[in-house]
Design a protein around this ligand. Structure first.
Ligand SMILES: Nc1ncnc2c1ncn2[C@@H]1O[C@H](COP(=O)(O)OP(=O)(O)OP(=O)(O)O)[C@@H](O)[C@H]1O
Ligand SMILES: [Mg+2]
Length: 269
């Protein structure tokens, strides 16, 4: 089913006098991979929390297929939207397979027993994230990157239409980073709508259909196709630091890096 998740003129503040943003509008539709980037503290995680209904905006509205998100009940919403937070600390001692199975909860009836189909889905998600070999391990003993891949498997097992992922590759090695982004691209082609927060502008440039750039205290400062958004002017302004952009010699995507401070600047500080 085609889904449209929209935030319109959304304002958020954890404390009344310190707004994170005052009027943000974004849309995530089935079939597209949308990247969210911007400096630390610019409100990316806050925006994802609003989009999945965990945080109530102070103003504006969030709708799913034109209906207020707040009118969806928990399970109903969980069958459509899955959210992977930036940091997760499970409260129970679970092995990897059990963590992945937790993702099936919105689909389980009555007493929550897993049917063969649910186990098949969990197995498929382990394979998709290359975590099959970890299945019997205690989740808490995994490395940071292994945990991240298992948590992604768990929300894929939820079989939602929309995925909201907060820095899903921040702890991954370069092989697994690109594997996960390529997986997200495939999922978007299959019809999932995906919002992904990332600090890796080069992966975003290569895989995302659209990018949204937030800046601290300034809401959304740019949005559009990666080639349109990833310019030295837009990025240097958003990060308040000199950012350079070239073209990747193989993929043709924008190639972004931050300039290192010169010795003279460092000595002057
Ligand atoms: N629970 C909270 N209580 C008070 N302030 C908060 C809370 N969570 C976030 N903030 C503040 O809101 C602002 C936006 O935070 P948010 O986590 O959305 O930023 P971010 O763009 O995701 O940053 P990062 O790149 O570091 O993950 C920051 O100034 C942060 O300090
Ligand atoms: Mg964040």
């Amino acid at each position: 089913m085609t889904r449209t998740l929209t935030a319109e003129s959304v304002a958020c503040a954890y404390e009344r006098e310190r707004p994170v943003f005052t009027s943000v509008g974004v849309t995530v539709r089935s079939g597209e991979l949308v990247g969210f980037a911007g400096p630390n503290g610019s409100g990316k995680s806050t925006l994802l929390r609003v989009l999945c209904g965990l945080l109530k905006p102070r103003a504006g509205r969030v709708t799913l297929d034109g209906r207020p998100l707040s009118s969806f009940r928990g399970r109903e919403r969980a069958r459509v939207i899955a959210f992977l937070p930036q940091a997760v600390n499970p409260a129970f001692a679970l092995n990897v397979f059990e963590v992945v199975c937790l993702g099936r909860y919105p689909h389980l009836a009555g007493f929550g027993a897993m049917r063969p189909h649910d186990k098949d889905v969990a197995e498929r998600c382990l394979r998709a994230t290359e975590t099959e070999e970890l299945r019997a391990r205690d989740f808490m003993t995994l490395s940071g990157g292994e945990r991240q891949r298992v948590l992604l498997a768990s929300i894929l097992a939820q079989e939602p239409d929309l995925l909201l992922l907060d820095e899903p590759t921040s702890a991954l090695d370069i092989h697994h980073q690109i594997e996960i982004f390529a997986l997200l691209e495939r999922l978007a082609h299959k019809g999932y709508g995906i919002a992904v927060v990332t600090h890796d502008l080069n992966l975003a440039a290569r895989f995302c259909d659209r990018l949204v750039i937030l800046a601290k205290g300034r809401d959304v400062v740019a949005s559009g196709a990666p080639e349109v958004v990833l310019t030295p002017t837009i990025l240097s302004d958003a990060y308040r630091a000199p950012i350079r952009v070239a073209t990747h010699p193989e993929t043709g995507a924008p190639l972004v890096w931050a300039e290192a401070p010169s010795r003279a600047e460092e000595d002057a500080q």
